[in-house]
Write a protein that binds this ligand. Structure first.
Ligand code: SDX
Length: 420
Protein backbone atom coordinates (compact mmCIF):
# COMPACT_ATOMS: atom_id res chain seq x y z
CA UNK A 1 0.00 0.00 0.00
CA UNK A 2 1.43 3.48 -0.86
CA UNK A 3 1.61 6.28 1.66
CA UNK A 4 1.09 10.07 1.75
CA UNK A 5 3.50 12.29 3.66
CA UNK A 6 2.32 15.22 5.74
CA UNK A 7 4.83 17.82 6.84
CA UNK A 8 3.74 19.82 9.91
CA UNK A 9 6.00 22.18 11.86
CA UNK A 10 9.09 20.60 10.25
CA UNK A 11 7.98 17.06 11.25
CA UNK A 12 6.92 14.52 8.60
CA UNK A 13 4.15 12.01 9.08
CA UNK A 14 3.47 9.03 6.87
CA UNK A 15 -0.25 8.34 6.25
CA UNK A 16 -1.53 5.15 4.59
CA UNK A 17 -3.25 5.55 1.19
CA UNK A 18 -6.28 3.34 0.52
CA UNK A 19 -7.89 2.65 -2.87
CA UNK A 20 -11.47 1.71 -3.80
CA UNK A 21 -12.48 -0.83 -6.45
CA UNK A 22 -13.16 2.00 -8.94
CA UNK A 23 -9.74 3.57 -8.39
CA UNK A 24 -10.82 6.25 -5.89
CA UNK A 25 -7.96 7.18 -3.56
CA UNK A 26 -8.29 8.01 0.14
CA UNK A 27 -5.71 9.15 2.69
CA UNK A 28 -6.33 7.26 5.93
CA UNK A 29 -6.03 9.78 8.79
CA UNK A 30 -7.30 7.41 11.50
CA UNK A 31 -4.05 7.92 13.43
CA UNK A 32 -3.40 11.57 12.45
CA UNK A 33 -4.22 13.11 15.85
CA UNK A 34 -2.32 10.41 17.77
CA UNK A 35 0.76 10.93 15.58
CA UNK A 36 0.71 14.69 15.09
CA UNK A 37 -1.75 16.14 17.63
CA UNK A 38 -3.49 17.83 14.71
CA UNK A 39 -6.95 17.10 13.26
CA UNK A 40 -8.18 17.62 9.69
CA UNK A 41 -10.77 20.32 8.94
CA UNK A 42 -13.47 19.82 6.28
CA UNK A 43 -16.74 21.72 7.05
CA UNK A 44 -19.55 20.03 5.11
CA UNK A 45 -17.38 16.92 4.67
CA UNK A 46 -16.92 17.60 0.95
CA UNK A 47 -13.48 15.97 0.98
CA UNK A 48 -13.94 13.44 3.78
CA UNK A 49 -14.80 9.76 3.50
CA UNK A 50 -16.72 8.58 6.59
CA UNK A 51 -16.64 4.89 5.68
CA UNK A 52 -16.00 2.32 2.99
CA UNK A 53 -19.15 0.99 1.33
CA UNK A 54 -20.10 -1.57 -1.34
CA UNK A 55 -23.62 -0.27 -1.92
CA UNK A 56 -23.50 2.66 -4.37
CA UNK A 57 -20.82 4.09 -6.65
CA UNK A 58 -21.00 7.66 -7.99
CA UNK A 59 -18.56 9.31 -10.36
CA UNK A 60 -19.71 12.95 -10.13
CA UNK A 61 -17.40 14.19 -12.87
CA UNK A 62 -18.58 11.55 -15.35
CA UNK A 63 -22.22 11.51 -14.21
CA UNK A 64 -22.14 7.80 -13.30
CA UNK A 65 -24.42 6.16 -10.70
CA UNK A 66 -24.47 2.40 -9.95
CA UNK A 67 -26.24 0.35 -7.27
CA UNK A 68 -24.11 -2.68 -6.30
CA UNK A 69 -22.33 -2.35 -9.68
CA UNK A 70 -25.47 -2.11 -11.85
CA UNK A 71 -25.90 1.08 -13.93
CA UNK A 72 -28.85 3.21 -12.84
CA UNK A 73 -29.97 3.48 -16.47
CA UNK A 74 -30.31 -0.33 -16.73
CA UNK A 75 -32.06 -0.71 -13.38
CA UNK A 76 -34.51 2.12 -14.18
CA UNK A 77 -35.42 0.48 -17.48
CA UNK A 78 -35.36 -3.24 -16.60
CA UNK A 79 -35.80 -3.76 -12.83
CA UNK A 80 -38.70 -3.24 -10.43
CA UNK A 81 -38.42 -1.13 -7.27
CA UNK A 82 -38.92 -4.28 -5.14
CA UNK A 83 -35.98 -5.97 -6.93
CA UNK A 84 -33.84 -2.87 -6.35
CA UNK A 85 -34.81 -2.84 -2.64
CA UNK A 86 -33.56 -6.43 -2.39
CA UNK A 87 -30.38 -5.62 -4.37
CA UNK A 88 -29.43 -2.65 -2.19
CA UNK A 89 -30.13 -4.35 1.14
CA UNK A 90 -28.82 -7.87 0.46
CA UNK A 91 -26.17 -7.11 -2.20
CA UNK A 92 -27.35 -9.13 -5.22
CA UNK A 93 -30.30 -9.28 -7.60
CA UNK A 94 -32.77 -11.87 -6.21
CA UNK A 95 -33.51 -15.12 -8.03
CA UNK A 96 -37.18 -15.86 -8.47
CA UNK A 97 -37.61 -17.80 -5.20
CA UNK A 98 -35.84 -15.05 -3.20
CA UNK A 99 -37.97 -12.36 -4.81
CA UNK A 100 -41.16 -14.29 -4.08
CA UNK A 101 -40.30 -14.70 -0.38
CA UNK A 102 -39.23 -11.04 -0.09
CA UNK A 103 -42.44 -9.91 -1.81
CA UNK A 104 -44.52 -12.02 0.57
CA UNK A 105 -42.84 -10.33 3.53
CA UNK A 106 -43.49 -6.89 2.05
CA UNK A 107 -47.13 -7.84 1.50
CA UNK A 108 -47.69 -9.42 4.90
CA UNK A 109 -46.43 -6.49 6.96
CA UNK A 110 -48.29 -3.55 5.39
CA UNK A 111 -50.87 -3.09 8.17
CA UNK A 112 -50.32 -0.66 11.04
CA UNK A 113 -51.42 -1.58 14.57
CA UNK A 114 -54.98 -0.20 14.79
CA UNK A 115 -53.99 1.96 17.77
CA UNK A 116 -51.51 3.84 15.53
CA UNK A 117 -54.40 5.32 13.57
CA UNK A 118 -55.27 7.34 16.68
CA UNK A 119 -51.92 9.17 16.38
CA UNK A 120 -53.18 10.88 13.22
CA UNK A 121 -56.08 12.39 15.16
CA UNK A 122 -53.58 14.33 17.27
CA UNK A 123 -51.87 16.13 14.38
CA UNK A 124 -53.27 19.56 13.49
CA UNK A 125 -54.85 20.12 10.05
CA UNK A 126 -52.12 20.96 7.53
CA UNK A 127 -49.46 19.14 9.56
CA UNK A 128 -46.24 18.92 7.51
CA UNK A 129 -46.28 15.36 6.04
CA UNK A 130 -42.55 14.79 6.68
CA UNK A 131 -43.04 15.66 10.36
CA UNK A 132 -45.94 13.18 10.49
CA UNK A 133 -43.83 10.55 8.70
CA UNK A 134 -40.84 10.85 11.05
CA UNK A 135 -43.13 10.80 14.12
CA UNK A 136 -45.04 7.72 12.96
CA UNK A 137 -41.83 5.84 11.99
CA UNK A 138 -40.21 6.66 15.32
CA UNK A 139 -43.32 5.39 17.15
CA UNK A 140 -42.98 2.00 15.42
CA UNK A 141 -40.15 1.30 17.89
CA UNK A 142 -42.75 1.27 20.69
CA UNK A 143 -44.62 -1.55 18.93
CA UNK A 144 -41.52 -3.50 17.82
CA UNK A 145 -38.92 -2.87 20.56
CA UNK A 146 -36.93 -6.10 20.18
CA UNK A 147 -33.64 -5.59 18.23
CA UNK A 148 -33.46 -9.40 17.87
CA UNK A 149 -36.34 -8.92 15.44
CA UNK A 150 -34.37 -6.57 13.17
CA UNK A 151 -34.51 -8.93 10.19
CA UNK A 152 -38.32 -8.66 10.36
CA UNK A 153 -38.22 -5.01 11.36
CA UNK A 154 -36.60 -4.34 7.96
CA UNK A 155 -39.61 -5.99 6.25
CA UNK A 156 -42.04 -4.16 8.56
CA UNK A 157 -40.53 -0.77 7.74
CA UNK A 158 -40.33 -1.35 3.98
CA UNK A 159 -43.96 -2.51 3.99
CA UNK A 160 -45.45 0.02 6.41
CA UNK A 161 -43.85 3.29 5.29
CA UNK A 162 -46.16 3.61 2.27
CA UNK A 163 -49.18 2.79 4.47
CA UNK A 164 -48.15 5.52 6.93
CA UNK A 165 -47.67 7.97 4.02
CA UNK A 166 -51.02 7.17 2.40
CA UNK A 167 -52.92 7.41 5.70
CA UNK A 168 -51.40 10.83 6.43
CA UNK A 169 -52.47 12.00 2.95
CA UNK A 170 -56.04 10.69 3.39
CA UNK A 171 -56.23 12.36 6.83
CA UNK A 172 -55.02 15.65 5.31
CA UNK A 173 -57.83 15.69 2.73
CA UNK A 174 -60.54 14.35 5.04
CA UNK A 175 -61.11 11.17 3.06
CA UNK A 176 -61.57 7.69 4.61
CA UNK A 177 -58.44 5.57 4.98
CA UNK A 178 -57.93 2.85 2.38
CA UNK A 179 -56.45 -0.32 3.88
CA UNK A 180 -53.53 -2.11 2.17
CA UNK A 181 -54.52 -4.90 -0.22
CA UNK A 182 -52.53 -8.15 -0.38
CA UNK A 183 -53.65 -8.86 -3.94
CA UNK A 184 -51.71 -5.87 -5.30
CA UNK A 185 -48.00 -5.30 -5.93
CA UNK A 186 -46.03 -2.70 -3.96
CA UNK A 187 -46.65 0.33 -6.21
CA UNK A 188 -50.26 -0.56 -7.08
CA UNK A 189 -51.08 -0.94 -3.39
CA UNK A 190 -49.60 2.48 -2.63
CA UNK A 191 -51.56 4.11 -5.47
CA UNK A 192 -54.85 2.59 -4.30
CA UNK A 193 -54.23 3.61 -0.69
CA UNK A 194 -53.56 7.14 -1.91
CA UNK A 195 -56.26 7.65 -4.52
CA UNK A 196 -59.04 5.04 -4.15
CA UNK A 197 -62.28 5.83 -2.28
CA UNK A 198 -64.67 3.19 -0.87
CA UNK A 199 -67.58 4.49 -2.95
CA UNK A 200 -66.17 3.63 -6.37
CA UNK A 201 -63.76 1.19 -8.05
CA UNK A 202 -60.24 2.53 -8.61
CA UNK A 203 -58.43 1.73 -11.85
CA UNK A 204 -54.65 1.75 -11.46
CA UNK A 205 -53.04 3.65 -14.32
CA UNK A 206 -50.22 1.62 -15.88
CA UNK A 207 -48.57 4.91 -16.84
CA UNK A 208 -48.59 6.13 -13.23
CA UNK A 209 -47.46 2.69 -12.02
CA UNK A 210 -44.48 2.56 -14.41
CA UNK A 211 -43.48 6.17 -13.72
CA UNK A 212 -43.67 5.79 -9.94
CA UNK A 213 -41.78 2.47 -9.96
CA UNK A 214 -38.96 4.16 -11.91
CA UNK A 215 -38.94 7.27 -9.70
CA UNK A 216 -38.66 5.12 -6.58
CA UNK A 217 -35.70 3.27 -8.15
CA UNK A 218 -33.97 6.56 -8.99
CA UNK A 219 -34.39 7.78 -5.40
CA UNK A 220 -33.37 4.50 -3.75
CA UNK A 221 -29.79 5.33 -2.74
CA UNK A 222 -27.06 7.88 -3.26
CA UNK A 223 -24.10 6.90 -1.07
CA UNK A 224 -23.23 9.31 1.79
CA UNK A 225 -25.79 12.09 1.16
CA UNK A 226 -27.00 14.20 4.08
CA UNK A 227 -29.85 11.90 5.19
CA UNK A 228 -27.89 8.65 4.72
CA UNK A 229 -24.96 10.08 6.67
CA UNK A 230 -27.48 11.02 9.37
CA UNK A 231 -28.71 7.42 9.44
CA UNK A 232 -25.13 6.19 9.85
CA UNK A 233 -24.45 8.80 12.55
CA UNK A 234 -27.56 7.98 14.59
CA UNK A 235 -27.30 4.23 13.90
CA UNK A 236 -23.68 4.20 15.10
CA UNK A 237 -24.95 4.90 18.65
CA UNK A 238 -26.89 1.61 18.63
CA UNK A 239 -30.26 3.40 18.36
CA UNK A 240 -33.00 1.09 17.05
CA UNK A 241 -33.78 0.86 13.32
CA UNK A 242 -37.03 2.86 13.49
CA UNK A 243 -35.51 5.77 15.47
CA UNK A 244 -32.52 5.77 13.13
CA UNK A 245 -34.65 5.91 9.98
CA UNK A 246 -36.82 8.61 11.57
CA UNK A 247 -33.67 10.76 11.87
CA UNK A 248 -32.96 10.21 8.16
CA UNK A 249 -36.50 11.39 7.33
CA UNK A 250 -35.90 14.57 9.34
CA UNK A 251 -32.65 15.28 7.46
CA UNK A 252 -34.30 14.62 4.10
CA UNK A 253 -37.04 17.18 4.83
CA UNK A 254 -34.65 20.13 4.45
CA UNK A 255 -35.09 22.27 1.28
CA UNK A 256 -31.42 21.88 0.34
CA UNK A 257 -31.81 18.09 0.32
CA UNK A 258 -35.02 16.12 -0.19
CA UNK A 259 -37.26 19.15 0.23
CA UNK A 260 -35.90 20.54 -3.03
CA UNK A 261 -38.45 18.70 -5.21
CA UNK A 262 -41.23 20.65 -3.48
CA UNK A 263 -39.20 23.87 -3.65
CA UNK A 264 -38.65 23.40 -7.41
CA UNK A 265 -42.39 23.24 -8.14
CA UNK A 266 -43.04 26.22 -5.84
CA UNK A 267 -40.26 28.10 -7.70
CA UNK A 268 -41.65 27.17 -11.15
CA UNK A 269 -45.11 28.22 -9.99
CA UNK A 270 -43.77 31.57 -8.82
CA UNK A 271 -42.04 32.08 -12.18
CA UNK A 272 -45.26 31.18 -14.02
CA UNK A 273 -47.18 33.68 -11.88
CA UNK A 274 -44.51 36.27 -12.65
CA UNK A 275 -45.23 36.13 -16.37
CA UNK A 276 -42.81 33.20 -16.90
CA UNK A 277 -39.97 35.73 -16.71
CA UNK A 278 -37.37 33.05 -16.00
CA UNK A 279 -34.47 35.40 -16.95
CA UNK A 280 -35.31 37.43 -13.83
CA UNK A 281 -34.88 34.31 -11.69
CA UNK A 282 -31.63 33.38 -13.41
CA UNK A 283 -30.38 36.88 -12.48
CA UNK A 284 -31.57 36.40 -8.87
CA UNK A 285 -29.81 33.01 -8.68
CA UNK A 286 -26.54 34.59 -9.85
CA UNK A 287 -26.77 37.56 -7.46
CA UNK A 288 -24.62 36.79 -4.41
CA UNK A 289 -26.63 39.35 -2.41
CA UNK A 290 -29.85 37.52 -3.19
CA UNK A 291 -30.49 34.38 -1.06
CA UNK A 292 -32.53 32.91 -3.97
CA UNK A 293 -31.05 29.73 -5.44
CA UNK A 294 -32.22 27.86 -8.53
CA UNK A 295 -33.85 24.93 -6.74
CA UNK A 296 -33.20 21.59 -8.39
CA UNK A 297 -29.88 22.86 -9.73
CA UNK A 298 -26.40 22.05 -8.48
CA UNK A 299 -25.02 19.13 -6.52
CA UNK A 300 -22.21 18.50 -4.06
CA UNK A 301 -21.00 15.49 -6.05
CA UNK A 302 -22.30 15.75 -9.63
CA UNK A 303 -20.31 18.28 -11.62
CA UNK A 304 -22.02 16.89 -14.68
CA UNK A 305 -25.65 16.22 -15.56
CA UNK A 306 -27.21 14.07 -12.77
CA UNK A 307 -27.95 10.81 -14.67
CA UNK A 308 -31.22 10.53 -12.72
CA UNK A 309 -32.34 13.98 -13.91
CA UNK A 310 -31.86 12.89 -17.54
CA UNK A 311 -34.06 9.82 -17.02
CA UNK A 312 -36.73 11.82 -15.17
CA UNK A 313 -36.79 14.59 -17.78
CA UNK A 314 -37.45 12.03 -20.55
CA UNK A 315 -40.10 10.34 -18.40
CA UNK A 316 -41.85 13.67 -17.74
CA UNK A 317 -42.50 14.16 -21.46
CA UNK A 318 -43.66 10.53 -21.80
CA UNK A 319 -45.99 10.56 -18.77
CA UNK A 320 -47.67 13.84 -19.71
CA UNK A 321 -48.20 12.61 -23.27
CA UNK A 322 -49.53 9.19 -22.16
CA UNK A 323 -51.84 10.80 -19.61
CA UNK A 324 -52.97 13.32 -22.24
CA UNK A 325 -51.94 16.22 -20.04
CA UNK A 326 -49.80 19.32 -20.41
CA UNK A 327 -48.05 21.26 -17.68
CA UNK A 328 -46.84 24.83 -18.27
CA UNK A 329 -44.32 24.29 -15.46
CA UNK A 330 -42.53 21.68 -17.60
CA UNK A 331 -42.07 24.22 -20.39
CA UNK A 332 -40.74 26.79 -17.91
CA UNK A 333 -38.38 24.16 -16.42
CA UNK A 334 -37.00 23.33 -19.86
CA UNK A 335 -36.52 27.02 -20.72
CA UNK A 336 -34.84 27.60 -17.35
CA UNK A 337 -32.49 24.66 -17.95
CA UNK A 338 -31.63 25.78 -21.48
CA UNK A 339 -30.81 29.36 -20.42
CA UNK A 340 -28.90 28.28 -17.30
CA UNK A 341 -26.74 25.75 -19.13
CA UNK A 342 -25.70 28.46 -21.59
CA UNK A 343 -24.87 30.95 -18.81
CA UNK A 344 -21.26 31.40 -17.72
CA UNK A 345 -22.21 31.48 -14.00
CA UNK A 346 -23.68 27.98 -14.14
CA UNK A 347 -21.10 26.65 -16.57
CA UNK A 348 -18.18 27.89 -14.46
CA UNK A 349 -19.65 26.37 -11.29
CA UNK A 350 -20.70 23.20 -13.13
CA UNK A 351 -24.28 23.52 -11.98
CA UNK A 352 -26.66 21.11 -13.73
CA UNK A 353 -30.23 19.96 -13.06
CA UNK A 354 -30.30 17.37 -10.27
CA UNK A 355 -32.73 14.62 -9.33
CA UNK A 356 -35.28 17.13 -8.01
CA UNK A 357 -35.54 19.44 -11.01
CA UNK A 358 -38.10 17.43 -13.01
CA UNK A 359 -39.45 14.84 -10.54
CA UNK A 360 -42.20 17.13 -9.24
CA UNK A 361 -43.61 17.51 -12.77
CA UNK A 362 -44.31 13.77 -12.88
CA UNK A 363 -45.75 13.70 -9.36
CA UNK A 364 -48.12 16.54 -10.33
CA UNK A 365 -49.17 14.70 -13.49
CA UNK A 366 -50.02 11.69 -11.30
CA UNK A 367 -52.23 13.87 -9.09
CA UNK A 368 -49.88 13.89 -6.11
CA UNK A 369 -49.99 17.11 -4.03
CA UNK A 370 -46.77 19.12 -3.67
CA UNK A 371 -46.78 18.48 0.07
CA UNK A 372 -46.29 14.75 -0.60
CA UNK A 373 -43.29 15.03 -2.96
CA UNK A 374 -40.63 14.68 -0.28
CA UNK A 375 -42.59 11.85 1.32
CA UNK A 376 -42.29 10.02 -2.01
CA UNK A 377 -38.54 10.69 -1.91
CA UNK A 378 -38.44 9.08 1.56
CA UNK A 379 -40.33 5.97 0.35
CA UNK A 380 -37.77 5.65 -2.46
CA UNK A 381 -34.73 6.31 -0.24
CA UNK A 382 -35.79 3.92 2.54
CA UNK A 383 -34.04 0.81 1.11
CA UNK A 384 -30.85 2.83 0.74
CA UNK A 385 -30.99 4.02 4.32
CA UNK A 386 -31.63 0.46 5.52
CA UNK A 387 -28.80 -0.91 3.36
CA UNK A 388 -26.30 1.52 4.89
CA UNK A 389 -27.61 0.87 8.41
CA UNK A 390 -27.24 -2.88 7.82
CA UNK A 391 -23.78 -2.54 6.23
CA UNK A 392 -22.59 -0.51 9.21
CA UNK A 393 -23.98 -3.02 11.74
CA UNK A 394 -22.71 -6.05 9.79
CA UNK A 395 -19.25 -4.48 9.90
CA UNK A 396 -17.37 -3.19 12.92
CA UNK A 397 -19.09 0.22 12.90
CA UNK A 398 -17.66 2.60 15.52
CA UNK A 399 -19.62 5.34 17.31
CA UNK A 400 -19.46 8.42 15.05
CA UNK A 401 -17.89 11.27 16.98
CA UNK A 402 -16.15 13.96 14.85
CA UNK A 403 -13.72 16.48 16.35
CA UNK A 404 -13.82 20.28 16.11
CA UNK A 405 -11.54 23.30 16.23
CA UNK A 406 -12.43 25.48 19.24
CA UNK A 407 -12.48 29.19 18.39
CA UNK A 408 -14.26 30.51 21.48
CA UNK A 409 -13.07 32.44 24.55
CA UNK A 410 -9.93 31.42 26.39
CA UNK A 411 -10.11 30.75 30.16
CA UNK A 412 -11.73 33.66 32.05
CA UNK A 413 -12.94 34.06 35.70
CA UNK A 414 -16.62 34.17 36.68
CA UNK A 415 -17.88 37.74 37.24
CA UNK A 416 -20.75 38.20 39.75
CA UNK A 417 -23.82 39.77 38.14
CA UNK A 418 -23.41 43.02 40.08
CA UNK A 419 -19.96 43.52 38.56
CA UNK A 420 -20.83 42.82 34.88
C1 SDX B 1 -30.43 16.13 -3.36
O1 SDX B 1 -25.99 14.57 -1.74
C2 SDX B 1 -26.86 13.93 -2.47
O2 SDX B 1 -26.58 12.94 -3.04
C3 SDX B 1 -28.25 14.56 -2.48
C4 SDX B 1 -29.23 13.94 -3.47
C5 SDX B 1 -29.54 12.51 -3.10
O3 SDX B 1 -29.89 11.74 -3.99
O4 SDX B 1 -29.53 12.22 -1.88
O5 SDX B 1 -28.68 13.96 -4.78
C6 SDX B 1 -30.58 14.68 -3.49
O6 SDX B 1 -30.51 16.60 -2.25
C7 SDX B 1 -30.11 16.97 -4.58
C8 SDX B 1 -29.85 18.47 -4.23
C9 SDX B 1 -31.21 19.14 -4.06
N1 SDX B 1 -31.02 20.54 -3.58
C10 SDX B 1 -31.26 21.57 -4.41
O7 SDX B 1 -31.58 21.48 -5.60
C11 SDX B 1 -31.14 22.95 -3.74
C12 SDX B 1 -30.42 23.91 -4.69
N2 SDX B 1 -29.01 23.48 -4.77
C13 SDX B 1 -28.04 24.15 -3.95
O8 SDX B 1 -28.55 24.54 -2.69
C14 SDX B 1 -26.67 23.48 -3.96
O9 SDX B 1 -26.35 23.23 -5.25
C15 SDX B 1 -26.46 22.21 -3.15
C16 SDX B 1 -26.84 22.40 -1.72
C17 SDX B 1 -27.22 21.08 -3.73
C18 SDX B 1 -24.97 21.90 -3.22
O10 SDX B 1 -24.32 22.95 -2.64
P1 SDX B 1 -22.74 22.89 -2.36
O11 SDX B 1 -22.12 21.65 -2.90
O12 SDX B 1 -22.53 23.19 -0.92
O13 SDX B 1 -22.21 23.99 -3.29
P2 SDX B 1 -21.96 25.45 -2.83
O14 SDX B 1 -23.10 25.92 -2.01
O15 SDX B 1 -20.56 25.51 -2.28
O16 SDX B 1 -22.04 26.22 -4.23
C19 SDX B 1 -20.89 26.43 -5.01
C20 SDX B 1 -21.21 27.69 -5.79
C21 SDX B 1 -21.62 28.87 -4.89
O17 SDX B 1 -21.33 30.07 -5.59
P3 SDX B 1 -19.94 30.87 -5.20
O18 SDX B 1 -19.96 31.03 -3.70
O19 SDX B 1 -18.82 29.96 -5.68
O20 SDX B 1 -20.04 32.15 -5.97
O21 SDX B 1 -22.36 27.45 -6.65
C22 SDX B 1 -23.42 28.30 -6.26
C23 SDX B 1 -23.13 28.75 -4.84
O22 SDX B 1 -23.76 30.02 -4.58
N3 SDX B 1 -24.64 27.50 -6.31
C24 SDX B 1 -25.81 27.94 -6.78
C25 SDX B 1 -26.68 26.85 -6.68
N4 SDX B 1 -26.03 25.80 -6.17
C26 SDX B 1 -24.77 26.21 -5.92
N5 SDX B 1 -26.19 29.16 -7.25
C27 SDX B 1 -27.48 29.26 -7.65
N6 SDX B 1 -28.38 28.26 -7.62
C28 SDX B 1 -28.02 27.04 -7.13
N7 SDX B 1 -28.91 26.05 -7.07
Amino acid sequence: MSTATLELESKRYSLPVVQGTEGEVGIDITRLRKQSGAISMDPGFGNTGSCTSSITFIDGEAGILRYRGYAIEELAEKASFVEVMYLLIYGSLPVRAELDVFTQHLTKHTLLHEDMKKFYEGFPPGAQPMAVLSSMVSSLSTYYPDPEQDEYNIFRLLAKLKTIAALSYKKSIGQPYMYPRNDLDFVSDFLQMMFAVPSEPYVISSVAHQALDMLLILHADHEQNCSTSTVRMVGSSGADLFSTISSGICALSGPLHGGANTAVVDMLGAIAADGADYSKYIRKAKDRNDPFRLMGFGHRVYKNYDPRAKLIKNAADRVLEQLGRTDPLLDIAKDLERVALEDEYFIERRLFPNLDFYSGIIYRAMGLPTTMFTVLFAIGRLPGWIAHWKEMHDGKGRLHRPRQLYVGSNLRPYVPIGDR
